[in-house]
Structures are given as structure tokens and as C-alpha cells.
Design a protein around this ligand. Structure first.
Ligand SMILES: O=C(O)CCC(=O)C(=O)O
Ligand SMILES: [Fe+2]
Length: 354
């Protein structure tokens, strides 16, 4: 909002103290930094990442989002993701449930498939609004490439710490195979349109392996740490990305790497008067990859699985089936009752959840 000063993130709301990981040190395979990353990934599954070098592309992604959301709704709806379980394209506010009562979400976002960004101008999956096309080569493809490099490096580090043969996690995320990998810009309305007690995005775990998330100054992201009763805000820190592990990495690692519950609520206190934007890149496995712990390739994973509930991470689904189910069943158009929401859940779901 030009000419207005966004109030700082308040210092009297509960926050979660995430570790700050230095990407430059991770790239240099600094042992202490890798230990810290491992600690973050295996306890909460969330951490800040500094020195990632993607700031310019991220700034462009915020601009692309603003340009896209400024299009008439009718134009955006031509590119809506639909009810069949595909996430690429535009998602209108109110299309998804935020809980089992069917309360609608109030955010809109634009998702661009990695597989379209890398083959542009030839679409591999679908086409996008003119504002996306105009920024594909200048902003979106560079953002996708940089995010992929960062997430692939983190996966390589996790691969080694999990005691997997070199390239095992990389093989599940092949560059050429169609996947749910995507770049996203999200718009949350300001409080006149979004009451304080309303979730903008309901409590969820991310579907895929790694998420690389960026905010400006506004809080709103919250995590529920394991065993905690109270949701805690993640304080936005300029230039620091927020990274988190998702369900498919939790599954491949037999639960050693955590996919933690999180949600988006209105920004705290005076910040709620402002529109909030976020940018994310999601690394997800190739659609044909089977979701199961890699116990046969790592003694560490095998012993974690042996110590856990039998079959907990054997999902009997491919990454494509997992992604389609989760997406499709959170769409309100597909809702029949509370069971639809429950059936859309991920690794956090317990059969006794109802
Ligand atoms: O906007 C945010 O801070 C988080 C978004 C998120 O959790 C998601 O898109 O999966
Ligand atoms: Fe998320």
C-alpha cells in the first residue's frame, strides 16, 4: 500500500523460535550447519533459510501475483484449477474448505507448474493468464530454477544424513517426470474482508517434500509444535525464507523428517489491516513414485519404521494419487460432509481424529 507504513510484527504474541540456517554454509557442506539443519528437520520440520540468493526472483513473484490478482475475476476464472484434483492455475477465494464443517477459505492464489515454467512457451500441463506469461521468462522460470537448486541441495543433505545411497531421494524427484512441483503467489485479504477468528488456510501439512516460503512483513503463518496446545506465529524476518518439510519426505524417511501442521490466520493485531502476500515453491515427487519408507535402502529408516506403528507410512499410493486426493477433497464443490475433509488429510491424520 503506497504511502502507508506497515506496523511491525508485534512482540507480545506467541511465536515459535525457528533455527536460522545459512544456505551458503549448507552449500559448502559445513558440518555444524548441517547438524543444525538436521535438528530442525527432525524436530519441527520448519526452519528459516538465509543467504539463499533468490531475493530478486522472489520480489518478481510478488509483483506477478499483484498483477495477476488485479485482473478481473472473470478473466482469472478462465484459468481456475477446477474440481478434479489439479492445483495448477488460479484458485479463487472460497473454493477450499478450511475445516471439517466446510468453512470456506478466503485466499486466492496462482500456481504455475514447474513443468510449464521449464518448457515455456510450450505448455506441458496448461496455460496461464497473460500476467503470468509476461513474467514467465523474466521472473517465474528463474524463481523455479533457483528454488529447485536450493531444495535439491537440501534433499542431498538429507539423503546423506538418512544413510541412503547417493541420489536415492533425487531419483524420486526426477527433473523430466511430470510432478506437482509448482510456484505459488498467495493473496490474503485485509481484515475488512477477513474476520480475526477466520482461518485463511486451514490447518494442514504440505503434500510434497519441501516448501520454500517467502513473506514480506506480515505475520499470519502459525505452526502447532508437536505436543503443544497453542498455535504459534512464525515471525517474518526480512530476507529469510521459511522452509518446511512436507508429507512425502516424512513418508520416504519413515517419519524421521517431520511434516508439521501449520495454518494461516489474519496477521496479528494492527497488521491485520493490511493485505498479506506470500510466495512459495513446492518440491514434490514425480507422479508415478510410490509413497513408502525407504527402509530397504537405509538401516536408519528401517529402525525408525520398526519402532513406529506398523504400516504407518505405507500409503499404498503414488505421489500423483496422494496429490490428487488431497487437492480434490479439500474443494468445497466436492464436499458431502465432514468425511470429505477427513479424507483429504495427510500424514497428520489419525483414524480417531473425528
Ligand atoms: O502463506 C503462508 O504463510 C503459508 C502458505 C501455506 O502453508 C501453503 O500454501 O501451503
Ligand atoms: Fe502449507
Amino acid at each position: 500500500m503506497p504511502g502507508t507504513t506497515i506496523p511491525p510484527f508485534p512482540d507480545d504474541v506467541p511465536t515459535v523460535p525457528l533455527l536460522v540456517i545459512d544456505y551458503e554454509l549448507i552449500k559448502a557442506r559445513d558440518k555444524t550447519e548441517i547438524d543444525r539443519l538436521w535438528d530442525a528437520a527432525t524436530t519441527l520440520g520448519f526452519w528459516y533459510l538465509k543467504n539463499h540468493g533468490a531475493d530478486e526472483a522472489v520480489a518478481g513473484m510478488f509483483e506477478m501475483g499483484a498483477e495477476t490478482m488485479a485482473l478481473p475475476l472473470e478473466e482469472k476464472m478462465k484459468f481456475e484449477q477446477g474440481n478434479e484434483g489439479m492445483s495448477f492455475g488460479y484458485k479463487a477465494a472460497g473454493a477450499n474448505a478450511t475445516d471439517e464443517t466446510g468453512a470456506p477459505d478466503c485466499i486466492e492464489f496462482i500456481n504455475v507448474a514447474k513443468d510449464d515454467a521449464l518448457t515455456y512457451p510450450t505448455p506441458r500441463v496448461r496455460t496461464y493468464p497473460s500476467t503470468v506469461n509476461a513474467r514467465m521468462e523474466r521472473t517465474i522460470t528463474p524463481f523455479v530454477r533457483q528454488s529447485m537448486e536450493i531444495n535439491d541441495t537440501l534433499l542431498e543433505v538429507f539423503n546423506e544424513r538418512l544413510g541412503l545411497p547417493a541420489g536415492a531421494l533425487a531419483k524420486l524427484h526426477p527433473l523430466e517426470e511430470l510432478s506437482g512441483c509448482e510456484a505459488r503467489t498467495i493473496r490474503n485479504p485485509k481484515n475488512q474482508e477477513m474476520p480475526q477468528d477466520k482461518a485463511a488456510i486451514g490447518a494442514h501439512t504440505d503434500f510434497g517434500s519441501l516448501s520454500f516460503l517467502h513473506h514480506q512483513k506480515l505475520g499470519g503463518l502459525q505452526v502447532l509444535p508437536p505436543g503443544a496446545e497453542q498455535w504459534k506465529y512464525v515471525k517474518p524476518i526480512p530476507g529469510h525464507a521459511i522452509c518446511n518439510a512436507g508429507d512425502t519426505l516424512a513418508i520416504f524417511s519413515g517419519g524421521i523428517i517431520r511434516s508439521n501442521l501449520h495454518r494461516v490466520v489474519p496477521p496479528p493485531k494492527a497488521q491485520a489491516a493490511f493485505e498479506r502476500w506470500s510466495v512459495v515453491y513446492f518440491t514434490r515427487p514425480g507422479f508415478s513414485q510410490l509413497l513408502r519408507p525407504l527402509s530397504d535402502q537405509s538401516a536408519l529408516i528401517a529402525s525408525a519404521v520398526a519402532a513406529d506403528e506398523p504400516g504407518k507410512y505405507d500409503k499404498g499410493a503414488t505421489a500423483g494419487e496422494w496429490y490428487t486426493r488431497r487437492l480434490k477433497l479439500q474443494r468445497l464443490a466436492n464436499r458431502t460432509g465432514p468425511e470429505t475433509w477427513r479424507a483429504s488429510r495427510g500424514t497428520e491424520y489419525k483414524p480417531d481424529y473425528a
